[in-house]
Each structure stands twice: as C-alpha cells, then as structure tokens.
Write a protein of this length. Structure first.
Length: 307
C-alpha cells in the first residue's frame, strides 16, 4: 500500500504568510567614511612625500581601497528601508536611518518608502445585496510592512495594492444592501447606515488580500456612496414614499391618542354626555382636523347639538 508524504511546512489554507524580511548586516557609515577618507589622505600624502617618480603599487592600492570603501556608503532617510541583494540572493533589509555602509560594488540596494500612503480608489459601479447598482469609492491608507515580500512576492506591489483594493471594495459592497427596506431585518447592517461596520469589514478584507505582498492596512473609509444614475430617481421616489408613509403613521397614531384623551376627559369631568352616534361624529371631525395636511375651516353650529 503506497502512501504520499505531506510536506510539514506547507501552510494551512487561510493562514498568514510567514514573514520573509530579516535584518541586514550593515555598518555605521561614519566609520567607513573616516577610514576611506583617511586612506585617500594617506595616499595623497605619500604621493607628495615621495614625488611623482616614486609612485608605486602601494599608493595606488590605497587609493583604490579608499574609493571602493566610499562606494559602499548611502544615506537613508527616516521611514525608509534598503532591500539588499548580493548576486541575486536576498541578504536582508536595513531600516536604520542615517549614513550607512554595506559591501561595496556588488551589493544591490533598492530603496523602499515605509511611510503611510493614500490610495483613492476610483468610483466603482457595484450591485449591492439586493442587486441594485450603486456607485461606491473608498480611500485606503496603507504602508509596507514586510519589505522582502513587497519586493520578491509580487511583481509591482503598488499596482497589486490598487487592483486588490478595487476587488475588495467590490466584494464588500456586494455583501450589504444600500439602505433599509421591508425585505431586510431592521437590525441588518446597510452601506448607508452602518458606516463603522462596513469600514471594519473593508479593512479586514483588504488586510487579508494585501498581506501576501507584505502590506498592512491602517484604515479605510468610504468617500462616495450613491445609487447608480439609472435608478437614482426611482429610489429617490421610493424613499420619499417611505418617508411620507412613516410620517402619516405617526400623525394618525398621535391623532388617535389625542381623540382618546379628549373623550376620556369629557366623560370624566361630565362636561357633556354624548351618545355613540355623536361620539363617532366627534371622532371623525377631530381626526379630519388633526390628520389633514391643509388648514380646516370650522363650522359653528348655532342650533342645538342634534340640529
């Protein structure tokens, strides 16, 4: 019976990638600068002391050595890093700011910015949870966390961030409805009302997509959210209708409460005795007055209650 060996170092699905970055063995550049300048100064002094005819290999060797030492110097600003490679092999990353020195000539140094960067995603047309087309855009703040992954795991990490951010925004927008409705639970999160929850979901989605490239997401926020132009007018009328219905419900509820209190007060204080027919007429008149959206015109009855 044959068995297949499973690699022990194979990451499980969904697991975070192992960091590749390691610290490079660089040195303080001021010491190398002093040594290089000292060698050049000593070689010049030997040229001057011995004369032109006495120039030999030792003096030339001092000059070449000093120049080679100086070529290994580089200046690194704060929040910058150098990814060092030697003959195509990753050596390490130097994050120390200031004047630094590394192996000259053959050491390749690629500068990377570790500062926070803004990505203003373009306005995208996406179908929300209901299938309605909406326009959405977001601003993402990100920075390089693992320089080795940013350089060696993807071809162009800036383009990778741009494309993956667009995909993440589309995916998150399709998981939520734009606004509340009768077909949704009242506690369900929507794009318009649940800004904090949507932002948290977007950050988690972006972090999962960008982590293989050594990029960390600091924050993300929606900058544009609206219905697509082809349904914007229809949805506006729907929102207006819902607002009118909601307002009417509150008006009717309040009017019924006021009529109930009026009848109860008249009955308790025995101001007037009304039969069922007159109570119904009074209720009808009060509801018309309280629920009408226009001014009502009172009619004064100069006769008896029943005429």
């Amino acid at each position: 019976m044959s068995t297949t060996a499973v690699p022990k170092n194979k990451p499980s699905p969904g697991a975070a990638p192992t960091p590749l970055e390691r610290r490079a063995g660089t040195a303080n550049g001021y010491s190398a600068l002093l040594i290089g300048l000292g060698l050049l100064a000593f070689a010049i002094w030997r040229f001057a002391a011995l004369g032109h005819d006495a120039v030999g290999l030792p003096q030339l060797a001092l000059v070449v050595t000093g120049v080679i030492l100086l070529t290994g110097l580089y200046i690194q600003q704060p929040n910058e890093a150098r990814v060092l490679t030697l003959f195509g092999r990753y050596v390490g990353t130097d994050r120390t700011p200031g004047l630094r020195w590394t192996i000259p000539l053959f050491m390749m140094k690629r500068r990377l910015s570790l500062r926070a960067r803004n990505l203003d995603a373009p306005t995208l047309k996406v179908n929300d949870k209901r299938g309605n087309p909406v326009e959405i855009s977001a601003a993402v703040v990100w920075r390089v966390e693992d320089t080795a992954r940013a350089v060696f795991e993807v071809d162009d990490f800036e383009q990778y961030v741009s494309i993956q951010a667009e995909a993440a925004i589309r995916h998150v927008a399709s998981q939520f409805a734009y606004d509340e409705g009768d077909d949704l639970d009242s506690r369900e999160i929507t794009l318009r009302a649940g800004a904090d929850e949507v932002m948290a979901a977007m950050i988690a989605e972006l972090q999962a997509r960008l982590q293989p490239a050594g990029v960390s997401v600091e924050t993300a926020m929606l900058t544009h959210l609206a219905y697509a132009p082809e349904i914007a007018q229809v949805m506006l009328r729907r929102q207006q209708a819902e607002a009118i219905i909601s307002a009417r419900k509150k008006i009717v509820h309040g009017a019924v409460s006021m009529v109930e209190e009026a009848l109860k007060g008249l009955s308790e204080r025995e101001i007037v005795q009304l039969d069922d027919e007159r109570k119904a007429a009074m209720v009808s008149n009060l509801l018309v007055v309280l629920c009408s959206d226009k001014d009502t015109q009172p009619i004064v009855n100069a006769g008896t209650l029943y005429n």
